[in-house]
Design a protein. Structure first.
Length: 112
């Protein structure tokens, strides 16, 4: 059995300059643990595959297409492929999000 602890997994470089740790990466799916500190945000981008976000801790503002909504812990957010999206942490606390891409992207994410 393989186990991975999100908070102790090495972080990876990313164009958003936020803490990101790849927890799972196979030909079928990819899972990344994001941590956004107060004031941090993801840059708006387009992912070539479906993505869903699960908020583990805190609250943040998610923007998908023309919709923008504040969401908190224990919320799942669906983000269809090829729709611009981003996250903002406008709170005073840490925002932790589990990002699941299905299937694993074969093309690069496009930054806007």
């Amino acid at each position: 059995m393989k186990t991975i602890h999100a908070k102790t997994t090495a972080t990876m470089q990313n164009p958003h300059n936020v803490q990101a740790a790849k927890l799972y990466d196979t030909e079928h799916a990819q899972v990344v643990h994001l941590t956004l500190e107060p004031g941090q945000a993801l840059k708006k981008h387009i992912t070539p595959v479906d993505v869903f976000f699960y908020v583990l801790e805190g609250k943040g503002v998610v923007e998908i297409g023309d919709e923008k909504r504040e969401v908190g812990a224990d919320t799942l957010v669906d983000s269809p492929a090829k729709i611009p999206h981003c996250w903002y942490n406008e709170s005073d606390g840490t925002l932790r999000i589990l990002v699941v891409k299905v299937p694993r992207p074969m093309e690069s994410t496009r930054m806007l």
